[in-house]
Ligand binder design. Structure first.
Ligand SMILES: C=CC1=C(C)c2cc3[nH]c(cc4nc(cc5[nH]c(cc1n2)c(C)c5CCC(=O)O)C(CCC(=O)O)=C4C)c(C)c3C=C
Ligand SMILES: [Fe+2]
Ligand SMILES: [Fe+2]
Length: 346
């Protein structure tokens, strides 16, 4: 339990990590897929995606840039917290970061996870990883508490609506004349059944579409990694584009919005900018992929405001739409993963 008597003394950016050279690719993927039911062929296919970019994922540099932007935002707003960064799957790994924080005298930290929507991967698994890292560091490891999920924060919604408007302008399309596909990482139904991932994604997509004046939109999924017999969230973004073949459904202008991702990492660059873009070109659809939040001012101000709420500097808990501000502390059963076993053979 958090010791309420201690003041927050630090900020931790919690993220996924990515390889920084060809020799990192396989050990990174082994970390990502440990305990997950993903066929080896899929792992090798994803390794090729990374290798086609020289084995370097852009995610680490994006997190370095985000951390620098958060530091500047804190300084500009009088928040006196040193900032740290740790990852689940690649360096800097959580145990190393927590060890450094302990050495620097940190006792209670407020964390932002680079996942805007609740599910095992983006919530519970990070919390489990941090507990394991605290145990590894031992006595004196800092306590870590996370800010609430920001999927319906007005600054996030407005940031994504701006991205959609920029894409529309790039296509020379009026909002009413374009189809928008909001896309997020597909997850196994055994994860989706135990969390509010789909509910939150639908709400954020609805709010962004409304703010950008979009009537025609759908929520789709990408980057599925499970074996064919395991049910994952559908429809897939590329299947959806491929099915847009009759005159009524064939959009002149298509905007793909990676609402489920906060930066342009490999799943965005490969699965959308390469695969989905190729499919659109083949079908004569003018497509623009909307920008992810990255280090945009609205996204960084959202992180600052969520931190301010928790460190007692802000009473207002901003939330757009119908779901209200999400919980600060996760309930005991939050975002469990109960893999659905295939039916036993007779
Ligand atoms: C069982 C679920 C998932 C599998 C298997 C999976 C494989 C997989 N993922 C990546 C790379 C990334 N995934 C990212 C985000 C992400 N992944 C899942 C689920 C599975 N991924 C979810 C639900 C999410 C969104 C929530 C989150 O955790 O962020 C990201 C982005 C991370 C970020 O901080 O922005 C990357 C990168 C690989 C390479 C992979 C292997 C096949
Ligand atoms: Fe993933
Ligand atoms: Fe959760």
């Amino acid at each position: 339990m958090p010791d309420q008597a201690l003041p927050y003394d630090s900020f931790l950016l919690v993220s996924f990590g990515g390889p920084e050279g060809p020799e990192d690719v396989m050990p990174f993927l082994e970390n990502v897929l440990r305990g997950k039911n993903v066929p080896r062929e899929r792992m090798l296919e994803v390794a090729e995606h990374y290798n086609s970019f020289g084995g370097v994922s852009p995610i680490n540099q994006q997190n370095r840039d985000l951390l620098a932007a958060i530091k500047a935002e804190f300084e500009a707003n009088g928040i006196d917290l040193p900032v740290y960064w740790g990852n689940r799957n690649w360096h800097p790994l959580f145990p190393d970061t927590l060890r450094q924080m302990k050495a620097d005298g940190c006792k209670r930290t407020i964390a932002f996870f680079t996942s805007m929507f609740s599910c095992y991967s983006g919530c519970r698994q990070y919390r489990e990883n941090i507990i394991a890292a605290q145990q590894e560091v031992g006595e004196g490891a800092p306590m870590v508490e996370k800010v609430r999920m920001g999927f319906n924060h007005p600054d996030f919604i407005n940031t994504m609506a701006d991205s959609v408007r920029k894409s529309l302008a790039g296509l020379g399309a009026e909002p009413g004349a374009a189809t928008v596909l909001f896309t997020a990482h597909s997850i196994p139904m055994g994860m989706a059944d135990n969390c509010d991932y789909v509910k939150q994604l639908n709400e954020a997509s609805r709010l962004v579409a409304q703010a950008a004046g979009i009537d025609k939109w759908r929520l789709v999924y990408q980057s599925r990694s499970g074996p064919p017999q395991q049910p994952w969230l559908e429809p897939d973004v590329c299947d959806t584009i491929a099915a847009m073949d009759d005159a009524a459904d064939n959009p002149q202008h298509l905007v793909i919005v990676p609402i489920g991702f906060v930066s342009d990492h490999m799943e965005v660059l490969y699965d959308l900018d390469d695969e989905a873009a190729t499919l659109c070109r083949e079908r004569g659809i003018a497509m623009s992929r909307a920008a992810t939040p990255g280090t945009s001012a609205g996204f960084v101000s959202m992180i600052r405001k969520l931190v301010e709420e928790r460190i007692g500097r802000r009473e207002q808990r901003d939330a757009a739409g119908d779901l209200g501000p999400w919980h600060d502390a996760c309930p005991a059963d939050c975002c469990l993963y109960t893999p659905r076993r295939p039916p036993a053979r007779a």
